[in-house]
Design a protein around this ligand. Structure first.
Ligand SMILES: Nc1ncnc2c1ncn2[C@@H]1O[C@H](COP(=O)(O)OP(=O)(O)O)[C@@H](O)[C@H]1O
Ligand SMILES: [Mg+2]
Length: 271
């Protein structure tokens, strides 16, 4: 199994609890279990504050769980040796929503893409440049962009560069945490299609996180619905006759406006 999440919980103690012996705590992730296999595109949907980003950080080994564990290729990610951690960092990538802070504004796009290659590959610079050119082409970007600074390109282009930065290391597992939320409708559609194309090319496992159930429905075979730190329902998106079980899921679906642009994306755009 590529990713195995077992009884995972993360409890944050709030400031109050430092003062009082029995203070407040937030169960940001509350006893979650699921698996993601190579080639799977799994959706995670839920309202703001339900614990989606905390879950991403736990899976990426950026924070330690309070309980439970995460296994990558059958190994507990907190039991990895130093060299194995480096391999894990290369193989498991995450892209966050904020396109501006994910890229260093002081360095050109070329150097932002060079950075992960310098960290993980011992190959000639010309081979690195070839990798960068290939990924830029895959992302439907023009090579001129390589000489620009993040502030001189659009939000959509920045997000594509972020995706390129993650993909250039040829990860086995990718988390996309609300990566389309701040983008306009057309850019959202093209980014969704880029992820779809990518998944059809290699056997990467993807966890696609969004608060927008229609985007997730377009992309994913399985959709996990998260509510207040727990997974309350897992929808089989390939089952046309699937009946929604949990009231929160019905609420989430009914809150999608009829003229939601992503509904149009789902119908019209083909790769
Ligand atoms: N470092 C932290 N310290 C304390 N509470 C946190 C921390 N990070 C997140 N939280 C809380 O955990 C809950 C889940 O947050 P988050 O994972 O960011 O949700 P989402 O990504 O679904 O919007 C929220 O109540 C948030 O305030
Ligand atoms: Mg979040």
């Amino acid at each position: 199994m590529l990713i195995e999440v077992d009884n995972l919980s993360k409890i944050y103690k709030t400031k109050l609890s430092l003062i009082k012996s029995q203070g407040e705590s937030v169960r940001a992730v509350d006893n979650i279990s699921f698996n993601i296999d190579s080639g799977d595109v799994v959706g995670l949907v839920g309202e703001s504050g339900c614990g989606k980003s905390t879950l991403s950080r736990l899976i990426m080994r950026l924070e330690k769980p309070t309980n439970g564990y995460i296994k990558y290729n059958d190994k507990d990610i907190w039991a990895l040796k130093r060299e194995e951690i480096k391999g894990f960092r290369k193989s498991c990538q995450v892209i966050f929503q904020d396109t501006m802070t994910s890229l260093n504004p002081n360095i050109k796009v070329l150097d932002s893409l060079m950075e992960p290659l310098n960290n993980h590959y011992k190959i000639l610079r010309k081979e690195k440049i070839k990798k960068i050119e290939d990924i830029i082409c895959f992302a439907n970007l023009k090579e001129e962009i390589l000489n620009k600074y993040p502030l001189d390109i659009s939000g959509g282009e920045r997000q594509r560069i972020n995706i390129c930065r993650a993909l250039i290391l040829e990860p086995k597992f990718l988390i996309c945490d609300e990566i389309i939320s701040s983008l306009d409708v057309c850019t959202q559609a093209s980014i969704l299609n880029m992820i779809k194309k990518l998944n059809s090319f290699n056997d990467m496992g993807v966890l696609f996180i969004s608060h927008d159930i229609s985007a997730v429905k377009y992309l994913c075979s399985k959709i996990m619905v998260m509510y207040k730190g727990s997974i309350v329902e897992t929808i089989d998106n390939e089952d046309a006759g699937y009946k929604i079980k949990h009231p929160y899921t019905s609420q989430l679906i009914s809150s999608v406006p009829i003229n939601n642009p992503n509904k149009r994306i789902n119908e019209k755009i083909v790769i």
